[in-house]
Structures are given as structure tokens and as C-alpha cells.
Write a protein that binds this ligand. Structure first.
Ligand SMILES: [Zn+2]
Length: 137
């Protein structure tokens, strides 16, 4: 990949969940600890989510194709979150980053599904620090 700038019109941007824990953002120098999101790009190197411009996006865990589809269709930006699985020697999709309105739409959908039929939604809506978040069951 000589030109590693991703074509955002055809391919979603991708961020990784860091499994190293010893990386630093090339832009702000912040240490990126294990489990944090990083953007890896051959041209720019490793960047933290703030420097990559993903700070305002919300993480929607994978697991419910319907919710993912819904959020993807309404979000202005979609970033795929992947993680390296050393056991399987491949990258596995963990979820997506979507904008706030899309995340809220997914929350509402999950709540509605959970209310209408018990156990139908794969997600629970939890209250964390006063904010509602989706939690995969
Ligand atoms: Zn940074």
C-alpha cells in the first residue's frame, strides 16, 4: 500500500484496539495504552483517537446486525473498530464508531426491542456516569 490514505468513499476508516501498550501518538506524544483505540496509517504512523479526529464519535459494539445497520445508515461517519486476535492470527471486528445521533438511534432501538420482547435485543442499556451506553449481553 504505497498510498495508504484510505478512500473514504469506498472503504470505511479503521481504528485498532491497541494490544501493545507501548505506543505513542506521533502527533501529541500521548502514550496509547493497551485497550485504547489507535489509528494506524503507513503515512502518518500511530495516532490517538483525538488526533485522528474521532473524539466525537461513540462506540457501538458489534453483535447486533440490525443495530449496526441502523446506526451505519444514519451516521455521518462510520469507523470500523478492529482488534488483533493472536489466537486466530487475524483482525476481528469489535464494533463501529458512529456519530452521536446514530448512537442515540441505536440506543432507542435497543430499548424498544428490550421492552417489546424480553431478550430480543442483544444489548442492555446501562447508565454509566449519567450517560446511557449500550452493553452487549
Ligand atoms: Zn494524539
Amino acid at each position: 500500500m504505497a498510498n495508504s490514505r484510505q478512500d473514504e468513499t469506498s472503504v470505511h476508516e479503521v481504528v485498532w484496539i491497541s494490544h501493545r501498550g507501548d505506543e505513542h501518538c506521533v502527533k501529541c506524544g500521548r502514550e496509547i495504552s493497551r485497550g485504547n483505540l489507535v489509528q494506524v496509517n503507513q503515512r502518518d504512523g500511530v495516532r490517538c483517537v483525538s488526533c485522528a479526529g474521532y473524539d466525537d464519535l461513540c462506540f457501538l459494539p458489534a453483535g447486533d446486525a440490525k443495530l449496526t445497520r441502523l446506526a451505519t445508515s444514519v451516521s455521518s461517519r462510520v469507523v470500523v473498530v478492529v482488534k488483533w486476535s493472536s489466537a486466530r492470527k487475524r483482525h476481528e471486528r469489535q464494533g463501529i464508531l458512529v456519530d452521536e445521533p446514530a448512537y442515540d438511534a441505536a440506543l432507542q432501538q435497543a430499548e424498544a426491542e428490550a421492552a417489546s420482547k424480553r431478550g430480543r435485543s442483544k444489548f442492555r442499556v446501562l447508565e454509566m456516569d449519567g450517560e446511557k451506553v449500550l452493553w452487549k449481553q
